[in-house]
Design a protein around this ligand. Structure first.
Ligand SMILES: Nc1ncnc2c1ncn2[C@@H]1O[C@H](COP(=O)(O)OP(=O)(O)OP(=O)(O)O)[C@@H](O)[C@H]1O
Ligand SMILES: [Mg+2]
Length: 249
């Protein structure tokens, strides 16, 4: 389980998160939603220990990444996490094969033969064999997302964090990405953390939904509980209404 306990984060005078607590349960997918700029990516970076909170702490399977006192220690704790960043950036100068191998080489010093075997098996599990020697600019965005997934999964993480996996995609490719998440969760059974503002589409991959607004979690529950929330900000966000407590900047 990932425990986020009373976490606050500000940049200069701008308070982004103030007292966020959230339990991310094993084997489930928890989706974090909220309007643009509320601090969803910041929360993800705090979980990964890329940013440090001003207050509060974060435990990953009982290990406190906030109190870890060296990068080596943080790396050890991070080994259970895989991530697909918002941009899903692949290295343009590396082939699909090299992109996936890179993620493995970066974290572990494995014999070349083992790296090769693991990359080949991951590419095959994700039906990417025929793209192995292509460059990112030569493949479709949907295939690039699959490669991003292969890169995240190659280190065999217990948790996979997805930062807005569908942003900038047309609805058909967007649905392909949801199908990909479902397919991979079935195959590898990881705990998922998805950041999204695509409601209600993201519900199909969510066991729990939590919404951040003005630095706090304002609602948390199953998708059905979330959809039935009495909180006017949740209803405004869910229905994409201009009028309501959420002010569009
Ligand atoms: N390293 C940083 N230094 C200063 N300000 C930052 C930093 N990272 C994030 N912020 C600010 O924190 C706020 C929250 O940013 P964040 O990227 O978490 O938003 P978000 O909820 O992920 O939005 P989006 O849905 O658009 O991705 C923004 O106002 C952003 O400018
Ligand atoms: Mg973001």
């Amino acid at each position: 389980m990932i425990c986020v306990r009373n976490v606050s984060k500000r940049f200069g005078k701008q308070v982004v998160l103030s007292g966020v607590s959230l339990n991310i349960e094993d084997g489930k997918t928890t989706t974090i939603v909220g309007p643009s700029g509320v601090g969803k990516s910041v929360l993800l970076k705090l979980i990964m220990g890329i940013l440090a909170p001003d207050q509060g702490e974060i435990e990953i399977f009982g290990e406190n990444i906030t109190r870890a006192d060296s990068e080596a220690e943080r790396n050890r704790i991070r080994a259970s996490l895989g991530v697909l960043f918002q941009s899903a950036a692949l290295f343009d100068s590396l082939t699909v094969y090299e992109n996936v191998a890179f993620a493995l080489n970066q974290r572990f010093s494995l014999p070349r033969k083992e790296v090769h075997e693991r990359v080949v098996s991951m590419l095959s599990a994700l039906s990417l064999e025929s793209f192995a020697f292509r460059y990112p600019q030569e493949i479709s965005i949907g295939i690039r997302k699959r490669v991003g997934m292969a890169r995240a999964l190659i280190t065999q993480p217990k948790v996979v964090l997805f930062d807005e996996p569908n942003t900038g995609l047309d609805p058909l490719v967007g649905q392909e990405v949801y199908d990909l998440i479902k397919e991979c969760r079935k195959k590898w059974g990881f705990t998922g953390v998805v950041i999204s503002h695509e409601l209600p589409e993201v519900f199909q991959v969510s066991d729990r939904v939590a919404m951040i607004l003005q630095g706090k979690i304002i609602e948390e529950g199953t998708p059905a509980e979330f959809a039935a929330s009495a909180n006017p900000a949740v209803q405004q966000f869910l229905n994409g209404r201009i009028d309501g407590p959420i002010k569009i900047q």
